[in-house]
Design a protein around this ligand. Structure first.
Ligand code: S3P
Length: 443
């Protein structure tokens, strides 16, 4: 890999062989800090997934008066202020690029009676829709104003009332905001989802002692007297394992083990899709990790065939859909993604950005209103030059494509990986080195 003003060049690799462990789950890391902030007493978080996004969450709770001690990279101690102890910093809270932070914290702040808060973010976050959170919170009695549907958000905390809310879009962030506001409501709050989405908020609230009843497509929370989390162990992030899973699938002769990964079925839709396409991914050492189903993955390269992914599968693989499109590019036949218009509301318009990136690397792909169509060829893709557009998932897509390409891929703005996985390229380099050693040994 070579970096410079002209982008980062990811060279093709003959095979990927080795063992690795990815950093802690970003979704759970955000939630552990946020919920820890409204617990009574200390929450000790191990395996914390450090990234620009989760750093923004630490800074946000500190601004609200919560003490957070950092012990090395991965251990945090959060000294909660109790459910209603967050105080306004008297200035805007910067949520940077973090959609999970801004949506979830809105629910908590709506219930901090007598305090007023302002939330801002970077240019990408400021383009993303915020009424989807503000509207249900207002129904709960919250005082919350968006700026024409976007950031800055202004929230006046007060007592709330419980609601039954049917989510118009399948979004774990919106569901979580409502459930967190439900902690402050008079009576119970129920959220019904069009399709199951990640349930980490429900699990952590239960672990903190709240009464949360969960059904396949709904969750109900009742206001607790207090919350207490104690210890939280964060499992490895499946979304950070996914680029390596796809790379090892696509690069012939690969055998890769990824240890200690969160395998919550509401996160691992990509595995189901890849297996349907013919991928060889074996899960072993299944074990609970920090209240989530976890395990180790063994991936062997395999030839793939095209498939169709529909609306029900979308939330289970939402952040991995660009990688699905790349896998589809190397599969035999056509692949179709439908019901994925939510991708347009991510850090970038990920339908447009993925299609543009694939085309720039010689792949036949086109966008549709709610997804994309890829015509795959079961061989190495050509390679080329792409821009991450500041989107971490796009930068990782480019890196995986580079490994599995003929000519390599040059990525502009590759540093965007720092939003979720700052050590991504170092881990890739390390893997390239260990794979080369195995190669030599085989000769
Ligand atoms: C997340 C939920 C998803 C996902 C995001 C993280 C979360 O967003 O895309 O990266 O931690 O709850 P939506 O809930 O908006 O789909």
């Amino acid at each position: 890999m070579t970096a410079g003003d002209s982008g980062l060049h990811v060279e093709p690799v003959p095979r990927l062989v080795g063992h690795l462990a990815v950093p802690g789950d970003k979704s759970i890391s955000h939630r552990a800090v946020l919920i820890g902030a409204i617990c009574d007493g200390e929450t000790r978080i191990s395996g914390f997934g450090r990234s620009a996004d989760t750093e923004a969450t630490i800074a946000a709770v500190r601004a609200l008066g919560v003490e957070v001690y950092e012990h090395g990279e991965e251990t945090l101690r959060v000294f909660g202020k109790g459910m209603t102890g967050l105080s306004s910093p008297g200035r805007a809270i910067d949520c940077a690029n973090a959609g999970t932070l801004v949506r979830l914290i809105s629910g908590m702040l709506a219930g901090q009676a007598g305090e007023t808060f302002e939330l801002t973010g970077d240019a990408s976050l400021s383009r993303r829709p915020m009424e989807r959170v503000a509207e249900p919170l207002r129904r709960m009695g919250a005082r919350i104003e968006t700026t024409e549907g976007h950031l800055p958000l202004r929230i006046e905390g007060r007592g709330l009332n419980g609601i039954d809310y049917v989510l118009p879009v399948a979004s774990a962030q919106v569901k979580s905001a409502i459930l967190l506001a439900g902690l402050y409501a008079d009576g119970s709050t129920t959220v019904v989802e069009p399709a199951p989405t990640r349930d980490h908020t429900e699990r952590l609230l239960q672990a903190a002692g709240a009464s949360v009843t969960v059904h396949p497509t709904s969750a109900t929370v009742r206001p607790p007297a207090r919350l207490s989390l104690g210890e939280v162990e964060v499992p490895g992030d499946f979304s950070s394992a996914a680029p390596f899973v796809v790379a090892a699938t696509l690069v012939p002769g690969s055998e890769l083990h990824i240890h200690g990964v969160n395998l919550n079925a509401r996160r691992t839709g990509l595995l189901v899709i890849l297996e349907r396409m013919g991928a060889s991914v074996n899960v072993y050492n299944r074990r609970p990790i920090g209240g989530e189903p976890g395990g180790d993955l063994e991936v062997h390269s395999a030839p793939l065939v095209g498939t169709t992914v529909g609306a029900k599968e979308v939330p289970l693989a939402i952040d991995e859909l660009p990688l699905f499109a790349l896998a589809a590019a190397c599969a035999r036949g056509q692949s179709v993604l439908r019901g994925a218009e939510e991708l347009r509301a991510k850090e970038t318009d990920r339908i447009e950005a993925t299609v543009d990136a694939l085309r720039a690397m010689g792949v036949r792909a086109r966008g549709t209103d709610d997804g994309l169509v890829v015509t795959g060829v079961p061989t190495r893709i050509r390679g080329g030059r792409i821009s991450s557009r500041g989107d971490h998932r796009l930068a990782m897509l480019g890196a995986v494509a580079g490994l599995a390409s003929r000519d390599g891929v040059r990525i502009d703005d590759a540093d965007a990986v720092g939003v979720s996985f700052p050590g991504f390229f170092e881990m890739l380099d390390q893997l390239r080195r260990t794979s080369a050693v195995v190669e030599d040994d085989r000769r």
